[in-house]
Design a protein around this ligand. Sequence first.
Ligand code: FES
Length: 149
Amino acid sequence: MKKNFIPECISVGVLSERTGVSVSALHFYERKGLIKSQRNASNHRQYPKQVIRIVSIIQVAQRTGFSLEEILLELQVLPNHTRITLEDWEALGIRWQDELDRKIAQLTELKNMMTDCIGCGCLSLERCKLLNPYDELGKKGAGPRLMTP
Ligand code: FES
């Protein structure tokens, strides 16, 4: 057997070895519905080899700041959740790039707002843009908006 040969179905150990993701993390992904296995005759989990690519995509997405819930939503809209094609990966990349641009813009805005807070410490609902951005609470009316009945 060639060294790089991958059989159609692989164990969780092989999947871990191939992806660098711990067995416990792979089981966690499975509980979250990100990857799927089937039991063989010996009742051991077996993953289709395409799962290696899915786990790699999960790793990339997590490194770029996406939550597992966001990743799951993206994977679920792919035509075939168990086999990700090059076209699927390109489409995902474009969507994630747009989302990253949005997050970067949001974080840059927060960073700029924080400039006013440095050395202040007032945490005023009227003045602090971090605590009450765009006076969102003021739009809801007068009075103590953060108090619960
Ligand atoms: S803490 Fe004073 S403006 Fe934010």
